[in-house]
Design a protein around this ligand. Structure first.
Ligand SMILES: *Cc1c(COP(=O)(O)O)cnc(C)c1O
Length: 393
């Protein structure tokens, strides 16, 4: 902290590796590709760590694609998800030989076809179907219900596959679904799997061959005391149901979530008759999940402070919003100047950060063995308005 300043994200390289390898090895000899969902944490040191051990990547924008390429990842190990791919993004993805587009609507299929035609090539596609299952997670991160914007209604998918089958510019790879995030029970995944396997049967009967099945990400992690999914058991269950079909998974949170912490410093202590506030230097712009999803993160003192004030603290940031808190009601012994570790902050932490209140984005550090490396510099004040222009009149 002293070296890098505060607040700060810190990631463990070996945890990232171990988490990805757990998925990869659980498949044994069954054909598979574990595509890390870049949006969870897109730092190029994280991507490079994963590229080196053979990961694929799930991307949702050209920005993420370019990050993967810069970090040593390969286009042909990328699957391209997202509801609104632009023509420019599709063109670039085709040029770098992306492995598959996960198509989210009929109009998107048209757009991909026309870009492929303009390049006189074939676009590899899967259709993302919405299996209409309840992922039993926070409504903002539930994506597999009819009311969600994602994917193609499972009943409409056959028509779309037939359209793709008849196009000389589209090449059907498989089928895709992703039902949500931070899912802590295996049953919604297996319900979705049963539904898509039925669809694959119907497609086969219609002469449409599905050789790859992408089951998305969404495996929950332990933030507090949740019981979550046993990855080996989940993958065993998949393999027992799918026959020889190649499986793609797109885990994000479960690769990086518990591989990172957010470090913040107590600036001031403020107690009144009702509340004990520790005003910290980290805020909702740095780590949005508590404000946005009411998410829980464990908070630990970096050094035990036996001389601090023991109380049940609300940890609030400097931002001018009542919703600016990282944790509430935490029993801790605190003094001004203490450092705190906000745990399980490696996923959807830095990537969801912003410059709100004109706060420079924080630094990111990666620990590897007994070494530590600055993997993103703290933004400067100048960075905040570097690209802005006044009207000169
Ligand atoms: C967000 C997302 C993922 C990753 O979800 P996690 O919960 O982080 O594993 C995978 N696939 C798609 C299509 C996504 O939108």
């Amino acid at each position: 902290m002293v070296a890098y300043g505060s607040p700060l994200y810190v990631y463990s390289r070996s945890d990232v590796e171990r988490n990805w390898l757990e998925f990869d090895q659980a498949f044994g000899s069954h054909p598979h590709l574990v595509c890390y969902a870049v949006k969870a944490n897109s730092n190029i040191a994280v991507l490079n760590t994963l590229a080196k051990i053979g990961a694929g990547f799930d991307i949702v924008s050209q920005g993420e694609l370019e990050r993967v390429l810069v970090a040593g990842g390969q286009g042909n190990r990328c699957v391209f998800s997202g509801v609104a791919k632009t023509a420019k993004e599709i063109k670039r993805a085709l040029e770098v030989g992306v492995r598959c587009f996960n198509v989210e609507s009929a109009s998107e299929l048209d757009r991909i076809e026309s870009v492929a035609k303009s390049l006189n090539t074939q676009a590899p596609i899967s259709i993302r179907v919405n299996p209409n299952v309840d992922a039993k997670t926070h409504p903002y991160i539930s994506t597999g219900l009819k009311e969600n914007k994602f994917g193609v209604d499972i009943d409409d998918a056959i028509n779309l596959y037939q359209r793709a089958q008849n196009s000389e510019y589209l090449n059907i790879q498989g089928l895709d679904c992703h039902i949500g995030s931070q899912i802590t029970e295996v049953s919604p995944f297996l319900d979705a799997l049963d539904k898509v396997l039925e669809l694959i049967d119907q497609l086969n009967k219609n002469g449409i061959k599905i050789s790859q099945l992408d089951l998305g990400g969404g495996i929950g992690i332990v933030y507090d005391d949740e019981q979550t999914i046993d990855i080996q058991a989940y993958i065993d269950a998949i393999i027992s149901k799918v026959g020889k079909i190649e499986i793609i998974l797109e885990p994000g949170r479960s690769i990086v979530g518990n591989a990172g912490i957010f470090v913040t410093k107590v600036e001031f202590i403020k107690q009144n008759s009702e509340h004990s506030f520790a005003i910290i230097d980290g805020a909702m712009n740095d780590l949005l999940r508590p404000s946005f999803y009411n998410a829980y993160h464990q908070v630990l003192p970096v050094n035990e402070n036996s001389n601090g004030i023991q109380a049940s603290w609300d940890l609030v940031g400097p931002i001018c919003e009542t919703g600016d808190f990282l944790a509430k009601d935490r029993a801790l012994s605190l003094s001004q100047g203490d450092y705190l570790a906000v745990m399980s902050a490696g996923a959807y932490g830095f990537t969801m950060s912003s410059n709100y209140n004109s706060r420079p984005r924080v630094a990111e550090v990666m620990v590897s063995g007994d070494q530590h490396y600055l993997v993103r510099e703290r933004e400067t004040i100048q960075d905040l308005f570097n690209k802005e222009h006044m009207i000169n009149d």
